[in-house]
Design a protein around this ligand. Structure first.
Ligand SMILES: Nc1ncnc2c1ncn2[C@@H]1O[C@H](COP(=O)(O)OS(=O)(=O)O)[C@@H](OP(=O)(O)O)[C@H]1O
Length: 204
């Protein structure tokens, strides 16, 4: 962590902390009063997003369906199982890492941000850190080319800032029966996560 003056808040963002087994213990040892934020979205969309990121770096990568299904030689429309060990699928089982974090930190200090709501209404997600509300909904505008909200750095000097090209990519079309199977796969895991967190996300 960089040095922080009194009155300043230091922030650090690393998605892999969420699933790194040793992270809760180490973060706790660093500062047990730390506030934690995890953005979670529909795990089916998360898996496709994760695959899209890899595909952008590796042209010619086989289609999503071939990784998501076990024994993908079977026709996609037939009977098949989901490959729960494929990281884009596995990382959407949120209850597992969430349980690990809860062994060290109280629920009140781990904010679960609804990824779908973060896109629909970003300003609504800003209160957890207890900071003065400087960023409000006036600082966001919907950029229709990007299809996502972007930030106006100040109300008076509205310089627009969108996230880079690697955020908000177009996802490939995925076979509908594979999507259906993935939803079925995640249903019990999502339920477990809703039970543990007390938050009913709207994923099917
Ligand atoms: N405002 C705004 N602009 C662009 N993208 C937005 C925004 N808000 C949320 N998102 C969603 O963030 C997704 C990328 O987040 P990542 O988890 O891949 O980022 S990172 O791993 O933390 O770097 C990204 O996923 P993809 O759509 O698959 O690219 C977006 O859905």
């Amino acid at each position: 962590m960089p040095p922080t003056l009194k009155g300043q808040i230091t922030m650090e963002k690393t998605p892999s902390y969420w699933v790194t087994k040793s992270a809760p213990k180490r973060v706790y040892a660093m500062n047990p009063a730390v506030k934690l934020i995890a953005v979670v979205r529909d795990p089916v969309t998360r898996a496709i997003s994760d695959y899209t990121q890899s595909a952008s770096k590796r042209p010619g990568l086989p289609p999503f369906e071939e990784f998501a299904l076990l024994n993908s030689s079977i026709q996609w429309g037939g009977t098949y199982s989901i490959d729960a060990s494929w990281p884009p699928v596995r990382l959407g089982i949120y209850a597992r890492p969430y349980r690990r974090w809860l062994r060290r930190f109280p629920k009140s200090r781990l904010l679960l941000v609804n990824g779908e709501r973060l896109v629909a209404d970003p300003a609504a997600e800003m209160d957890f850190l207890g900071l003065k509300r400087i960023i409000t909904d006036k600082h966001f505008y919907f950029n229709s080319t990007k299809g996502f909200p972007c930030l106006l750095k100040s109300e008076t000097k509205p310089i627009p800032h969108c996230l880079g090209k690697t955020k908000g990519r177009n996802h490939p079309r995925i076979n509908q029966s594979v999507i259906y199977r993935l939803k079925e796969f995640y249903k019990p895991h999502n339920e477990k996560f809703y039970q543990l967190s007390g938050v009913k996300f709207s994923w099917p």
